[in-house]
Design a protein around this ligand. Structure first.
Ligand code: SF4
Length: 223
């Protein structure tokens, strides 16, 4: 748990008043063998040379994922943007800083969670992923989820929620509930990039984060 003053700083960064406390085959990923460095290295190497969709022609590099490979909390976003494509890491830049603040507000440092995206390669001009691209890329993420074995998955944004839950409902309709993704509890919330454009929604995001924290606490996680 972070010191209270640090926690207060991050909550204020999020504009939270401190006083207020498509058809996709989901593979069986709950029985993947124990994670090991070799498995992760092989997976990352395979992703780095992937040509399963057209996005491999325009990427600077693949953006595999980052963080604690035994994390309790797995964050899943949309796809690499310009900064991520250059740096090779998900959620960098302003949206990444806000994600870090969101995580800190529930007692996590970025390095304690695992962060990945629906797509490993940047769509040109940051357009939405095409269904065929998301389908082609899904097995990579499924393997990551199976290796991490998180206690909770937090899907950030419409694209992540739609692809993981195979739905086209609005994010507003998807929020506030608990889902099951291949046996893993899943919560939906706003993407930090959206929150930067619409800060008034940060309050709802905080409600979602508290739900995540409560769920983790129910498993005895030290948050
Ligand atoms: Fe492969 Fe995914 Fe990149 Fe497409 S987006 S080339 S499926 S790693």
């Amino acid at each position: 748990m972070l010191a209270e003053d640090v926690r207060r700083y991050y909550l204020e960064t999020m504009d939270i008043q401190v006083w207020q406390a498509r058809e996709q085959q989901v593979e069986d990923i709950t029985n993947v063998s124990a994670p090991g460095d070799v498995i992760w290295q092989q997976l990352e190497q395979a992703v780095s040379s992937c040509t399963k969709c057209e996005l491999h022609t325009s990427r600077t590099q693949t953006v595999f994922g980052t963080g604690n490979k035994n994390a309790e909390l797995l964050i899943i976003g949309e796809a690499p943007g310009r900064d991520e494509d250059v740096q090779g890491e998900p959620f960098v830049g302003r949206a990444g800083q806000l994600l870090n603040a969101m995580l800190a507000a529930i007692g996590f440092e970025r390095e304690q969670v695992y962060i990945a995206n629906i797509l490993k390669c940047r769509p040109p001009n940051n357009r939405d992923p095409k269904p065929e691209e998301a389908d082609a890329c899904a097995p990579w993420l499924q393997q990551q989820i199976g290796l991490v074995q998180p206690e909770v998955i937090l899907a950030l944004g419409r694209i992540a929620a739609h692809n993981l839950l195979n739905t086209d409902q609005s994010l507003a309709a998807l929020r506030g509930k608990q889902y099951n993704y291949a046996g893993f509890p899943l919560i939906v919330s706003y993407h930090p990039a959206y929150l930067l454009r619409k800060p008034v929604e940060k309050r709802k995001s905080w409600q979602d984060l508290k739900r995540v924290k409560s769920l983790l606490n129910s498993y005895g996680s030290p948050t």
